[in-house]
Design a binder for this molecule. Structure first.
Ligand code: NAD
Length: 283
């Protein structure tokens, strides 16, 4: 990968730009419009949102106003847990597209495998939801379909009932939470892995190991962290509303971490999981 416009290739041949701009927690008003425009100006061509972020309208507005053709920007959204099921997924997708104001979506993800409302029947809910995803994909309304927060036990269920294998799995990965087993499992199935909270929600930035490696390369902790992910063939989704950080997180192509430094980052033991446990149906 040599630039933000370089891509991973999904199992159906669709190309996905190698770094996505994360938008969780970015307010849906002009804050998200400005942040997404800033990211596109800095060269990002991939934006990650979700129905539960309540900012799809602003993301869509930024994409329409940014001056870059729609076809050059890769847009992901996610189905929220309460909408799982066949008919409810179809309706939720229409609502997402209405808010985005776009006529097709690049990637749609099941946000979590175990929804609180379907705690005791999550297997059926996920399979019915996926059936709707397959219909939307076959109808040409989505260029690629995938999942988020799926671990091996969730894939066992989905792979047993699906016709189309998910093309992407978006999971929490950052220093101190490597998820090497899940990454290896997904790669062996031809599934591209995306890292959410790649910067550990900002918490990793003061880590002494990262800081010393960053100093060695003349880069920041954020840059070496994102580079560590790319060198593991993982697609990071950093989030910021600060134009300096947005640009900094895009400048990760001019250096290469040695195997030793890759190993040192992988060996960081602080932090652990910061978000929800995919095997607990908490929301
Ligand atoms: P992140 O790991 O990207 O960290 C964001 C924090 O780091 C912010 O506080 C930001 O100000 C700070 N930061 C960013 N760049 C920096 C830099 N260069 N130097 C210092 N600090 C910097 O956090 P995130 O938002 O949790 O995750 C990224 C994206 O992943 C989300 O925005 C969202 O799109 C996606 N996500 C998905 C799920 C899911 O369940 N699928 C869950 C969480 C997040």
């Amino acid at each position: 990968m040599n630039s933000l416009k370089d891509t991973f290739v999904l199992s159906n041949g669709v190309k996905i730009p190698c770094v996505g701009f994360g938008t969780w927690k970015i307010p849906g008003d002009e804050t998200v419009v400005n942040a997404v425009k800033e990211a596109i100006k800095a060269g990002y061509r991939h934006v990650d949102t979700a129905a539960i972020y309540f900012n799809e309208e602003g993301v869509g507005q930024a994409i329409k106003e940014c001056g870059v053709p729609r076809s050059e920007i890769f847009v992901t959204s996610k189905l929220w847990n309460s909408e799982q099921g066949y008919e409810s997924t179809l309706a939720a997708f229409d609502a997402t597209m209405e808010r985005l104001g776009l006529d097709y979506l690049d990637l749609y993800l099941i946000h979590w495998p175990m929804a609180k409302d379907f705690k005791d029947s999550w297997q059926t809910a996920v399979c019915e939801t996926w059936r709707a995803f397959e219909k939307l994909y076959k109808d040409g309304r989505i260029r690629a379909i995938g999942v988020s927060n799926f671990l091996e036990n969730h894939f066992e269920v989905l792979l047993d009932c699906c016709e189309i294998v998910p093309m992407v799995n978006q999971i929490e990965i950052h220093p101190g939470y490597n998820k090497a087993d899940t990454v290896q499992y997904c790669h062996s199935q031809g599934i591209v892995v995306e890292a959410w909270s790649p910067l550990g929600q900002g918490k990793c930035m003061d880590n002494p190991v990262l800081k010393s490696i960053a100093a060695k390369y003349g880069k920041s902790s954020a840059q070496v962290t994102l580079r560590w992910l790319l060198q593991r063939d993982i697609l990071p989704l950093p989030r910021s509303i600060n134009p300096l950080h947005i640009a900094e997180n895009a400048d990760i192509f001019s250096f290469e971490l040695s195997d030793e430094d890759m190993g040192r980052i992988s060996a960081i033991s602080a932090y652990g999981r910061l978000g929800g446990d995919p095997n607990e149906a908490r929301f």
